[in-house]
Design a protein around this ligand. Structure first.
Ligand code: ATP
Ligand code: MG
Length: 237
């Protein structure tokens, strides 16, 4: 009846729907910005409502981007478009997007000082990596926590740049550290159970990093919590 397999149809459908969701979501984001400017300093309730719409649309944008990446990743056309990129500026931009999300639970995101690093990456995809890790850090960590982000060039290995995102949440037990990178794999123990998610964020992170010839790892954060490490080669374009 069909020329395509059910899997291909499902993938095509996911990609098409995700793509269609982008336009209204972009319109919503622009409208929130416009309302912010038009309203000046709104009172408490209006400000909270506006912030909630803002957070919700950003969350939907990330979900749609992850679905779109997941649907396309196996197709031969899916390629990262690398160009020389100032990684520190990119990480700072991603952090700025999450400042209102963090503020909502009294959390803080601290980006450690460090040197500028230029690497050949796909800026949109690398933003997606940072966003997925920050979203998890804030989602699984407690209110009032500090999420520590750093970007460093490994001294012993000057050709590798390392991004670290460490939180103060429950962490990930060593036995689960390879499973959580699989699509739709979610932990169901303790406080993990109460947090919503699809289980795609880390699978997408791993895939994007692999496309950049990089590697991912999970460690214990210094003060407890999870520390996600992304190592990328600093290949010049
Ligand atoms: N910072 C973290 N601290 C503790 N557990 C985490 C953290 N990040 C991820 N996890 C665990 O790994 C699982 C997979 O994470 P992933 O980001 O892929 O999916 P998700 O957050 O559940 O959904 P989404 O697709 O919305 O990102 C999570 O469900 C959670 O159990
Ligand atoms: Mg996630």
């Amino acid at each position: 009846m069909y020329d395509q397999s059910f899997d291909e149809l499902r993938t095509g459908f996911t990609a098409a729907v995700s793509h269609e969701l982008r336009t209204p979501l972009t319109q919503m984001r622009l409208s929130v910005d416009l309302l912010r400017r038009a309203l000046g300093e709104p009172d408490g309730r209006a400000r909270r409502a506006l912030n909630a719409v803002d957070r919700g649309t950003h969350q939907l944008v990330r979900l749609v981007e992850n679905l779109l990446t997941y649907a396309k990743v196996d197709s031969p056309q899916w390629r990262v478009a690398r160009r020389p990129t100032e990684l520190r500026a990119l990480v700072r931009t991603a952090v700025d997007v999450f400042v209102p999300v963090a503020a909502n639970t009294g959390a803080t995101i601290a980006l450690a000082d460090g040197e500028d690093v230029v690497a050949s990456v796909d800026p949109d995809r690398f933003h997606q990596v940072v966003a997925n890790l920050l979203e998890n850090a804030l989602k699984y960590g407690p209110g009032g926590q500090t999420v520590r982000v750093s970007l460093t060039v490994r001294r012993a290995d000057a050709g590798v740049v390392e991004l670290r995102v460490a939180d103060e949440g429950p962490g990930i037990p060593p036995a689960e550290r390879s499973a959580v990178w699989q699509p739709f794999e979610r932990l169901t123990t303790g406080s993990h159970r109460t947090v919503d998610g699809v289980g795609l964020g880390l699978a997408v992170v791993r895939e994007i990093v692999a496309q950049h010839d990089g590697a991912v790892a999970i460690e214990d954060a210094a003060g407890g919590g999870a520390c996600f490490v992304v190592a990328l080669p600093v290949t010049r374009a």
